[in-house]
Write a new protein. Sequence first.
Length: 411
Amino acid sequence: MINITNLVVGGGTVSLSIKGHDYVRSDKEFTDISRPLIFWNITYRCNLRCIHCYINAVQGLSRDELSTEEALRVVDDAHELRTPLLIISGGEPLIREDILDIMRRAHEYGIKISLSTNGTLISRDWAIKLRELGVQYIGISIDSPIPDVHDKIRGVPGAWDLAIRGIRNAMEVGIPVGIRTTITKLNIDHAHEVVELAHKLGVSRVAFYHLVPSGRGRGIINLIPTPEQLLRFLIRLIDTAKKYPDVEVLTVDNPSDGIVTALLTSNEEGEFMDKLRLVNKMGACSAGRKVMSIYPNGDVYPCQFFNDKPIGNVRRERLTEIWLRPRLNSELVIRLRGRDYGASICMRCPYFKYCGGCRVRAEVLNGDVWSMDPLCTLKALANLWRSGQVNLSPWQVKVVKEFESAVPGMD
C-alpha cells in the first residue's frame, strides 16, 4: 500500500488513526510476522456481481462457510495471535446473519475492526450498530465517479446511489470512511476523479487497487491496463493528490508505484532517497509476511489473492499454528518471508527491497510466481522516457539508467 499523499505533500490522516497513537510514537512496525494483519472474507454471499471479484462471490445460497461457533473461535485465535487489525470483508459481510455477534466478540477483545463492503446495505440503523461495535474504519467501493460505469462494473443497476448513501450514513454517525476503486480499462480515464468526489463528500481517504487476476478477475485479464496506461494514471494521480491534500490518496497491489512516485516528486537525489525510506515502511509485497487471508470455508492463504495456495484450514488447526508453522505450501511462505525470489529479474533491480512486485499477477500473467511483475511502473517509466513521452531531469535519468542496466529485457 503506497501512500501517494504522504510522498507528494507529506503527512497522512486515516492510516495513522487506524493504526493508533502507539504506532505513531514508536519505531515498531504496525504489523509483522509475529502480529499479522488479517483479511477475513467472512462469507461467499453478496448482493452484487462484480466483474473482478477475487473470491467469486455469489448471490443467493452460500457455499460451505464457517458456523458461528467456528467463526467465534477464529476471533479467539486472532486475539491470541495479537493481530493489530481485523479487516472483515466478503462477499458482502453485512449479509452474514451472525456478523454482529462475530464483531462483538472482536470488540470485547479490543481487536481493531475495519469493514470492507460495497456499502449498499449500510442504512442509518446499520451505521449506528457498527459504531457501537467499535468499527474504526469502513472501506466502501466506488469504481467510478460516473454512476453508470460503477454499476456496470458492480453488475447491478443503482449500486452507485446505494453506495453513496452508505458512505453518508456511516459518516453521519462518526465512522471514518474511505473509498476503494479498482482500476481497469473501463474506468482508468476518469478514476482519478474519484478523489474529487471524495473531497466533495468529505471522505478523507481513497485507495486505488491495481487489478489482481484472481477469482473472476482471471476472466477479465483483457481489462488490465498496460503498464504505460498505469504510469500515466499515476502521474495524473500525483497531480490530483496535490490539488486535494485533504484526501489521503493511496495505491494498492503495485509496490513499484512507491519508487516511481518518490522519483517523480523529488527535486534531487537526496530527497529521493529520503522518500524511499518512507516507501520501505509502506511498500513491498506483504503476502505471507505481514498479512494473511481467511476464506469463508476456513482456508487460510498468504493473502486474499493467493487463493489457490492454502497454508491451512481453521477447522482442522488453530490459526496460530497455521501462521507460525504452515504445513501446506510452506516453501512458498518461507520464500515470501525471506523475500527469496531466486533468479527472478525483480531481485536484480536496485530497488527490489522497496517493491518485490505482485507475485499472484506474475504467476497468472507470466506463468512463474517469482518472475517480474508485468505491471512494473518503473519499467514503464523507463520505456516512456526512452520514447520521449516523459521528460526527466539528469539525476532522474541516472536512476532510470541504473534500473535499466540491472534489469535485462527492457523494451
